[in-house]
Design a protein around this ligand. Structure first.
Ligand code: M6R
Length: 501
């Protein structure tokens, strides 16, 4: 039995099975399922009927696959948890996500909730919950196997950081008109909401913060919500609200719950996702694919930068801006600038210097605020060290109490406008407390004068600079984690797709 998800009524089922003499060998919720199957087989059902009978007793979310020692088939089903069938020439595959079998086949059948798959060597069938045969279409995914290999890099995360020039180009391909600064994305045609609400988790939430800021700046009321909060405490909507779910995997349970919440209230939904065929892509009214290619490392890297680019596309489709042409020009130059940064970055030396620090702080204002949040998330997720990101102005409202010479502060500052000056003011505050400052900055800002280390980024439009700054912070987190010997691609306690609420 393989199970992804949570069987919510397992206590009750376990008590019932134990009363009937079943002996359990683990504390997992999963174990009730094979016992239920055993029970039904003992009552005379064949394996398939027993599997269906067991599943009919379950409450919760699950992707399940079952096999017996002498069975010729693998049986599988799903509810609120992803499950896909890979169709090979002489084999069939079952996985939660396509990259797992991409090495063997690029043909995929997406299972819906309540459907049952039966896999035998070289053949597969899908039936509904009453056993009726369904005609499922086979989709071909555009990703190729090479994209899921490490290609000489020590870790997928490093490979994916280095793939950003390419993934950003893919995200932009055929979607922007450099002459007019307009965007041409089919999924966004005719979109004219009066307000926008973003729902997302983790890294995708940070992209959502960026997107909401970009729309607000263009005069469209817009907010980013953590999906897990929105699912139970949604914000008021009108008929002209658009709810955008940002989700790399398209399978994050909290984000799906928030989107379903929006759908129940009758508002238009848009999925901004990386995975064609994912649940979010299938359930939302519109879909904007970020085209980042498969991301294997648990830490999201290239998908964040593509999400931010996609937020720019979305914002341009919804609201007219006087600087549209400049932004499009800067986006066009972005992949090359990321490459330049990757070639020249000395993030590894910075990581070396601050390896033993007690904790790390990340500050930035406005468009750099999401980067500060993301820098901290990346750091804590893969190094297991304490890291916190916040808007620079919040520093003196509490976090400053934690700032010491053992807590480097990464300050993201670009340009020389009022916002940059204010952040420099905050930098001086931490410097006065002997905290080492690492400035992530362009050649314009004078913040470097107050910093012990400078991580430079190429000069660009203020809306594009955050993506470059973020690449420097990805590299710092990566090298700290590497030097500490952490499990970078699979950090403890974390999963790539979080399919339970
Ligand atoms: O697939 P999603 O974008 O919906 O995933 C959301 C978060 O679980 C994800 O971004 C998580 O925070 C990353 N592992 C962070 O690197």
């Amino acid at each position: 039995m393989v199970h992804n998800g949570i069987i919510e009524n397992y206590d009750e089922l376990k008590a019932e099975l134990q009363a009937d003499g079943h002996e359990f060998t683990s504390d997992t919720d999963t174990e009730v399922v094979p016992h239920l199957i055993e029970d039904a087989m003992a009552a005379g059902h064949d394996f398939e009927a027993a599997f269906r009978a067991a599943v009919s007793r379950l409450e919760g979310s699950y992707a399940l696959a079952a096999v017996t020692a002498d069975a010729e088939a693998i049986l599988a089903t799903r509810r609120d948890s992803p499950l896909v069938v890979g169709v090979g020439d002489d084999a069939a595959y079952l996985a939660s996500d396509v990259p797992a079998f991409l090495e063997f086949t690029d043909r995929v059948v997406y299972l819906e909730d309540g459907e049952f798959a039966r896999l035998e060597s070289g053949s597969w069938t899908v039936t509904d919950d009453e056993g009726l045969l369904l005609e499922k279409s086979v989709s071909r995914v555009e990703w190729d196997a090479e994209e899921t290999a490490k290609s000489g890099y020590d870790h997928y995360m490093l490979k994916e950081i280095h793939e950003q020039p390419r993934s950003l180009r893919q995200c932009l391909r055929d979607r922007v008109d450099e002459l007019t600064g307009s965007v041409d994305v089919e999924a966004l045609e005719g979109l004219s909401p009066k307000s926008v609400q973003f729902v997302a988790c983790g890294t995708s939430y940070h992209a959502a913060c960026y997107g909401a800021h970009a729309l607000r700046e263009a005069g469209v009321p817009s907010q980013a919500f953590l999906a897990s909060e929105y699912a139970t405490a949604p914000a008021p909507v009108s008929e002209e609200t658009l709810v955008v779910g940002i989700t790399q995997s398209g399978e994050t349970a909290d984000t799906l719950a928030a989107l379903r919440q929006a759908e129940r209230r009758g508002v238009e939904t848009l999925a901004m996702t990386n995975v064609v065929g994912s649940t979010a892509a299938r359930e939302c009214d519109r879909t904007l694919f970020i085209r980042a290619g498969p991301e294997i490392g648990v830490a999201a890297t290239k998908t964040f930068s593509s999400q931010v680019v996609a937020c720019n596309l979305l914002s341009a489709a919804i609201a007219e801006r006087s600087d549209a042409r400049e932004v499009v020009g800067a986006l066009r130059d972005l992949p090359g600038q990321v490459q330049e940064l990757l070639d020249e970055s000395h993030a590894e030396a910075v990581a070396d210097r601050f390896l033993d620090s007690d904790g790390y702080f990340f500050i930035g204002r406005e468009y750099h605020h999401p980067v500060a949040l993301e820098g901290a998330l990346k750091m804590k997720e893969i190094t297991y060290k304490h890291a916190e990101g916040f808007p620079a102005g919040e520093l003196k409202h509490g976090p400053l109490a934690l700032v010491t010479e053992e807590t480097p502060v990464f300050a993201v500052v670009t340009g020389d406008g009022e916002t940059a000056q204010k952040t420099i003011g905050n930098v001086k505050e931490v410097e006065a407390r002997d905290a080492p400052v690492v400035a992530v900055t362009d050649g314009v800002s004078e913040v470097g004068r107050y910093a012990e280390e400078v991580l430079e980024i190429p000069e660009t439009h203020p809306r594009v600079a955050p993506m470059l700054a973020n690449v420097q912070l990805q590299l710092v987190a990566y090298y700290v984690a590497k030097k500490l010997g952490r499990s970078i691609d699979k950090p403890r306690n974390l999963a790539k797709s979080v399919t339970v609420e």
